[in-house]
Design a protein around this ligand. Sequence first.
Ligand code: MN
Length: 203
Amino acid sequence: MKFELPKLNYQFTDLEPIIDAKTVEIHYTKHHQTYVNNLNAAVEKLPGFEVGTIEEILKNIPTLPQEIQVVVRNNGGGFHNHNLYWEQFSKSADTLPKGDLGVAVDTAFGNLQTLQETMTKAGLARFGSGWVWLVLNDKKLEVYSTANQDSPLMENKTPLLGIDVWEHAYYLNYQNRRQEYLEKIWDIIDWVIVEKRFIEGLK
Ligand code: MN
């Protein structure tokens, strides 16, 4: 197996009450695992094909053999998006954007609250399933959303923070209330992780 489900740094119950344990368990052990399995099955169909890192693959979808482009786009995107999603959470995170990231947030959005409201709006405007992102685009902060499991890497943007707005991410706790999920999720965002991605993305 080329790609593996990454370990979580917390227990399923640790993100409560923001994300309930059952949602974390199903989302991680079923949805995320399925993207991993389908991605592996797709690349294993191509003996001799040089498989790079998941980031390299997502940046170069059009260079893949035609017959696996769609399955890799969906499942490779799903794999990497969820890796980022789980990694950026921590149990009762109480951090805020600091240092150069804090300055960049204020420069781009005015303040953190405006960034959060912008992400909520973008997440609500995403019709159907997808993701809302804080990214680096040409080294500047930007908020936007992607459809399905598309990754910002496919558009040469660097994902810093990604919120899954597929219903499977919030339905047990929030039912149809996507806005409430988007407003509460900030309580478990670990800005130290986001800052690490920001610093790496500026290199
Ligand atoms: Mn998901």
